[in-house]
Structure formats: C-alpha cells, structure tokens
Design a protein. Sequence first.
Length: 403
Amino acid sequence: MFKIAFKNLLRNTKRSTLTIMIIIVATAGMVFGLSWFNGEEKIFVESGKKNTGDFRIANKDYEIRSKTFDVSANFYYSDIKEKIKESNYTGKTLARIRFGGMVYFNDDYENALGTGIELEDKDIIGFDDYIYEGRFLKNDDEIILGETIRKKLNLKLGDEVTILTQTQEKSIYSLNYKVVAFYKMDNSRLNRSFFITLFSSQYLLDMEEAVTEVLFFSEDEKNLASTYEFLSNDKDITDQLEIKKWNEVGMNESMSKVIPFVRLIFVFIFSILSGLSISNTMLMTVFERRHEIGLLKSLGVKERNIEKLFLLEGIYMGIFGSFIGISIGSGISLYLGKVGVNFGDALEKITTELNIKGIIYPILDFHTIILTFSIAILTSIIATYMAISQEVKKEAIVNMRNL
C-alpha cells in the first residue's frame, strides 16, 4: 500500500506539485511567524523585567497615583528588609522612586520623568549601552539626562541644572545637580527623563527613607518562587502593600496575554488556509479517480483501505512539503535572527513605560519546528480525509459512473 500511494503521487505530477507547494508556503510562513513571535516576546519580557523586576513590592495605590506622579503612595524599605532576610532570598533587590519634575537651565525648562535609583541599578537598566557621553552617577549631587532634554536645553557636561518638583507633602522644592552624562534609549519617549541617586531623590521629595517600589531580580527560579510565596503570605506586608509578578504589572500584563493569543490565532489561520487549499486539490484528485475508487470497491477492497491509500498520499505530500517548507522558514528565521528587522519608531509607540528596541530578532527553537511539522501532517490528514470520506461511502456503481 505504501508503494502504491507513492506511485499515485507521480500519476499527476502537476497537481501533486501544487499541493506540495501549498504545504511548503504554509510551513515556511508558520516557522518564520512563530520565530517572529518568539523574538517579539523576548523583547517584551526583557524590557518588562528591567522595568518591574521578576516581581515587585509597591503600595496598593501606587499604579493609580504614579500616573499623576504622586509620590505619596510610598513605604519604608527598612520595614520589609527583615522579611526579605527571613525568606532566605539570594537574589538582588533594588529600590526606586519615580516622580515628575521640571528641569531648569538658564531661562528655559523641560518637563520630565525622574527616577531615583541605587547605584547597583547601573547594570540592570543597562546604562553602559545607553550613555553616549559622560559617566554613571557617583555622587548625590549628580544627574544623568536623556538626549531630548539635552537638545531642548542645549546642555553640555558639567552644566548645573535645577530640578523643581512636588514633594510627598504637596509642597514645591528644588535642588541643583551637576550633569555628568547623557543617554539615548531605544524608546525615544524615555529620552525625556533623568536619573539621580535614590538618596538624593528621597531628600528632594522629603521622603526620608521611603521608596515607591522595591524590585526583585534573580536567575534562581526556585528561590524566586519561594521568596514570592513567603512574602505574599506575610500579612504584615500584604495589609499595606501588594506584591505582583512582572507579568501582572501595567503594560507587561497586557502584552503577556496578547502575544500568546495572537500566536494562537496566527497558527489557527495558517492551518485553516493551508487545510482548505490542500482539501481543494485533493478533492479534484478524488473526482478524477472516482472510477478507480468504484473499481477497487467492486473488487472487494474495503472502504477503510481505500481511505488509507489516499491518506498515505496526503501524508507523503505533508512530509515532503513540510520538510522543504521548514528548511526555508528556518533559513529565513536564522538569517533575520542575526541581522534583525528594524521597525524604527513603530514599536516605541506601543508604550511609554518600556524601553523597547525597534529591532526584532526572530528566535528559532526546536519547539517551533516540531509544532509546525505536526500541524502540517495533521492538516494534510484532515484535509485529505475531508476530500475522500464522502466519496468512499457511495456505492461502487455510482463511483464508476462518475455520479
């Protein structure tokens, strides 16, 4: 039966080639598409975790208040340090303060987003990649400014700017800072911001030892999970504060749900389109071979064996087409995975929260290849069965008369 099915493919090489070409295009597109989603997902995960950590502790009103740069939703970091020690956490914790302010220089000014950071945040945020002039913070009277602010105020290294902001008590206060660096991030909207030390921001905002968020970073998944569980079950913390994983915060939450859903829709649409195309070509093949089907039935060949014969033809074409298609799609994905696809500012406009690169690097993995191959074979089988199932149920005489 296997030999007969293979020979049948060569009886009409044009139609077999057409069916195989459909499978090649579908599988190549699916491999590249899934690799694309993998690359896009990696960008959002990495950017999201830099912004919120693997999980974050903040005031329950923080997300709402932070939209208006209200820093009154804060808490004392010292109150939870002991709890973190009790959890046996081995990763890194960093405190931050986000606030709004005005950067003054001479008679001009610019509204900006300010962030008070610990010096250890240098590697987390990745300032070595973004600072194009100057150095990172060393002292509490220093400031790092985004490129947009530099251009707007015509600043240079060593200039002294004034930060005017509203304290947690709603009073106006200002401090002078020496410019020690300029940076340019991938998301151009974040270039209208500045960074100062955590201690300096606490003094500026009259927050003493308070912070607006504490972020947890760790590569030890088990330790991270146990720490999250330990802190989440501590009522002394959860009565006043909330603990959220990175994919439960702001834009991260939306994207972590949207990307898998869009990926599923993509696979479904490709499967349906390729299935319909294969089914149509197989249906034409079945119509042409009605007489042959009737003859086989009249000779005593069982219906299920006739179905198996056609299904084997579909499987052969699925294997051959998917092998070529996966090879082509993998080649494209691997190449673009090295050079990337530049979208310019298109991705940056998605959110002002994340430092998202405008370049996507598709990521090809073994799971993508196996999934694509499985879907191609399954689609070929289903499409072939749909084309042959009704025909084999007819009486042999009906098939032979081509009715």
